[in-house]
Design a protein around this ligand. Structure first.
Ligand code: MG
Length: 410
């Protein structure tokens, strides 16, 4: 006898549905059509894919970046497609407000999805899955504050933070000795630092283990991604920065670990597949089955390696740690400057080694900025970005006189 499905499907909204996490979220939902109903989709400008997603999942509300894109989308969809189309930052927010999701997957890059994500918390969605680390890095304290007044549960979707979240399950935070954040080390882990001057974007865009969007792939190569994840971990788990350690693990199978006061270390292992942390966010506190096409074979994996990160070779990592220590403004400046630096590197406007130079100069220039509200976060983001767009390099390479601490004097 067939078992009747008694619970109604969970209503899901995705901010950033055409990005890598968005596409993977829809892939997981496609595997469990009885469990989930897509009620809202938002994207930036990838209209062709967005149109296909709308036709397949029939959301009631969608949003795109601009009025022009909204118009183009409307004219390309069939009249039978019953969907309301919004645009811009307010449009993304309106989608969340009107579609009343149970689960909100926040995976829109940059700060575009910030207001809409907060909207989800304010209206009390059951689960906010955060894959967009910039949101936590820039406005984490405001989001955590809003979460305290809301029934919403935040589930991290970044693989490392999902691993930490899982390794913390069933344990008291007071028993945690340290969090060990792992990173693959990126494509240049073994490359001679003397040749970093000549790194081209094509080389930086090749990640050894993960297939992701361009911005995060460059960030992985400079190790800024690990720096942002360090800040993300501080925000998410409410532990002092000195309790969070970074360890390089080239195989990317151990996604992070938690060390307890009794000497036990809990780890989460899995394939490098974003669908695993996504599925946990969608199904929490339960788990759902996933067809990944293969499973992790530890015998085939053979050996797992761990090593110290190289702060000299990857100055972005040290910049992130120092930015976090500067106070709330530090991580905003770091993130905004880095976003522009990567964009300019991809346009061949600056060299690979100029990425950390630009970020460091931004941190020095804006060290005394103060941010006390979400609007001030957005203002500082805009200001640092426009400064970074005009930044030009005055010294031949990433080598400075005096330590960063002397220059920033925090
Ligand atoms: Mg990650």
């Amino acid at each position: 006898m067939a078992v009747m499905q008694t619970s109604s499907p969970k209503r899901v909204a995705i901010l950033g549905s055409t990005g890598s996490v968005g596409v993977n979220t829809l892939n997981v939902i496609r595997q469990h059509p009885e469990k989930f109903k897509v009620v809202s989709l938002s994207c930036g400008s990838s209209l062709a894919l967005f149109k296909k997603q709308i036709e397949e999942f029939s959301p009631l509300f969608v949003s795109v970046a601009t009025a022009e894109l909204a118009f183009n989308l409307k004219s390309s969809l069939s009249r039978d497609q019953n969907v309301r189309i919004y645009f811009g930052v307010d449009g993304h927010q309106k989608c969340i407000e009107e579609s009343t999701p149970d689960i909100l997957m926040s995976s829109m890059t940059g700060t575009f999805g910030l207001k809409a994500s907060l909207q989800g918390v304010v209206q009390g969605v059951s689960i906010l899955g955060i894959a967009n680390k910039e949101i936590l890095v820039m406005a984490g304290s405001f989001i955590i504050e809003a979460l305290e007044k809301s029934p919403t549960e935040l589930i991290p979707v970044d693989s490392e933070h999902s691993a930490i979240f899982q390794a913390l399950m069933g344990n008291k935070k007071s028993a945690v000795k340290s969090i060990i954040l792992t990173g693959s080390g990126g494509p240049f882990r073994l490359r001679d630092a003397k040749t970093f001057d000549s790194i081209k974007k094509e080389e930086a865009l090749k990640h050894p283990n993960w297939s992701m969007g361009a911005k995060i792939t460059i960030d992985s190569s400079t190790m800024m991604n690990k720096g942002l994840e360090f800040i993300e971990a501080v925000r998410l788990f409410g532990l002092p920065a000195e309790k969070i350690k970074i360890v390089i693990h080239p195989e990317s199978l151990v996604h992070s670990l938690v060390e307890y006061c009794d000497g036990s270390i809990m780890a989460q292992l899995g394939l490098s597949d974003m669908r695993i942390p996504i599925a946990l966010a969608l199904s929490y506190p339960d788990r759902i089955s996933l067809d990944l096409g293969k499973s992790l074979n530890l015998v085939e994996a053979g050996a797992l390696h761990f090593e110290e990160p190289d702060f000299e070779k990857f100055p972005c990592l040290g910049l992130a740690l120092k930015a976090e220590a500067m106070g709330r403004q530090g991580s905003i400046i770091l993130n905004s400057a880095n976003e522009v630096a990567v964009e300019r590197f991809l346009k061949d406007e600056i060299t690979y080694l100029e990425i950390p130079s630009l970020v460091e100069d931004a941190l020095v220039s804006y060290k005394s900025a103060r941010v006390n509200s979400l609007d001030e976060v957005i203002d500082l983001d805009i200001e640092v970005k426009s400064w970074s767009k005009n930044w030009s390099f005055v010294r031949p390479r990433y080598r400075r006189e005096g330590s960063f601490h002397e220059r920033v004097s925090v």
